[in-house]
Design a protein around this ligand. Sequence first.
Ligand code: GCB
Length: 655
Amino acid sequence: MISSLPPQCSLCLGGESFAHHARHGDTEDTEIAQRENIHLVRRVSQRVARRDRNTRALLLLFSLFAVIPCVRAQQTGLIANTDGRKTISLDGQWHTIIDPYETGYYDYRYEPSANGYFKDAKPKTKSDLIEYDFDTSESLTVPGDWNTQKERLLLYEGTIWYKKAFDYQSKANTHLFVYFGAANYVADVYLNGEKIGRHEGGFTPFNFEITNLVREAGNSLIVKVDNKRRRDAVPTLITDWWNYGGLTRQVKLVETPASFVQDYFIQLQKGSRERISGWVRLNGDKLNQRVTVRIPEARISKSFTTDANGSAQIAFNADLTLWSPDNPKLYDVVIEAETDRVQDQIGFRSIETRGTEILLNGRPIFLRGICIHEEAPFRGGRAYSREDALTLLGWAKELGANFVRLAHYPHNEFMIREADRLGIMVWSEIPVYWTILWENPATLENARNQLGEMITRDKNRAAVIVWSMANETPLGAARLSFLKKLIEQARSLDSGRLISAAMERHYVDEKTQMIDDPLGEYLDVLGCNEYVGWYDGLPEKTDRLEWKTKYQKPLIMSEFGAEAPYGYHGDPLTRWTEEYQENFYQHQVSMLKKISFLRGTCPWILMDFRSPRRPLPGIQDFHNRKGLISDHGERKKAFYVMQKYYRELEARSQN
Ligand code: GCB
């Protein structure tokens, strides 16, 4: 765990700390050491993707001398496109133990226990004392949050242990990984009683190699999932969404050859509409290979040789039909190494800004957007399936949207894949939300890790056009420095996409709204959340406002909205009524039309969602009711105001 690195040691800095401690034999507690060790291997190996060859060489050395010997299950960087591989689903019923006091993890002196629940022990004699039993404990469905599966878990924040038993027939020259789409928030993973790794961050995938630990029969995969909120975490203690805990996305076993294509980046080069550039990275014992990238439909077949670290830069010209909302063209792309072959579907498009314009494939575009939380339509709880994605994105299309802001964390991969297929552009963000601990290095490291995982997973999806760094964060030097580091990282991982953040505005006089957050200087596109007419005055207040910006950059109004439960009616000035919400949107639209540098709008929000901050009985009942659609799929009056505006905009863009 990031924060468990020994902070007192002055020799330890970031990824060097474990190596230092290992060299000094400072590893009395193997459990903790392994945990740190595995986490470090993970962090470091992920950075390999980002850094230059020197770092890679250093890592290799570092691994050989300090790290690998202590790790029984190996952590590999994220495997790209697991759907393009042979996988075995571990979804379904998992036995679970609710553990509010973390009895299965700590002993009574609050030290990590050597015989925790992860041992999955059974009494061997009639006299043995074992106080837990996964196999007779109740089950939860994976994927799925625990809060909405059992009424008594609705407000639960803490630890739940999950267990899945499985058999596995090992195959020669095959490596096996366990892959988690996401676990909210910290996951400690064990196989057959051995710790295989820890992951922090509730919305991004992770995998661990288990080739040497897996057995033919009766494997016990145990995951401790802890969703306690922490001040130093990302997100921090307060948010305006439900802290759904658990194994919220798919879990699967992934098989690869001994040397395999771990990851690749195949997109158009920034500023070009015909040159593809990127890289391919192999993992395993045969790193130096000939790799061919083929796009059969475009009659492309280009070969490259990976270096001693398994990496090859790729670049070639291609005559392609470009991806756009009107024609979301995806090509089959095959990445073929000597020992492995992966197939993906990839779209190619350019995205850039010029002055206050956003250009898609060189042409100015207006982003007709809508914000979406990862909340399941109809059944409630976390959304996780293709069906959920199709419903939410279908509603966005019906609204007339060509763009979605996936708030406030990376959504499940189905959302991005389906957006790619449907031709919906995507803003994707990490949960750097409100009041993060800007000066805490571990918080920064955590945010960086989540940013890296988001980009790693989705960098080949044409739909994603914006990486957003943060939401409504307060002005200040420490915050600016924190966010600049994230921006730098995002640009170094992916120079092609636009960088944004949802910022705030302020009044310079009673009629003038100003966007001059110093962060704006470092962004490609300005994002701004405003609630004039809801938290700030009444709807007609918008009529008097003029918008200004310090920057010659496009603006996306990344949030605006008002609450109304579906079916609650009254006059246009009565709070909470659909008529108030409709009135709010009518005034907003008139105001938005007057902002000359506006290039996108994302009302808050597509669908009502659960929030602990919204207690008003009979109205909110712990839901944020700013949805244009209720959580049961009913369109509110305001939906049609936005739909009309978007239809007009769309008609104009076609002329
Ligand atoms: C915001 C936040 C969003 C909230 C929304 C609201 O500014 O970014 O997470 O849910 O306002 O409804 O107040």
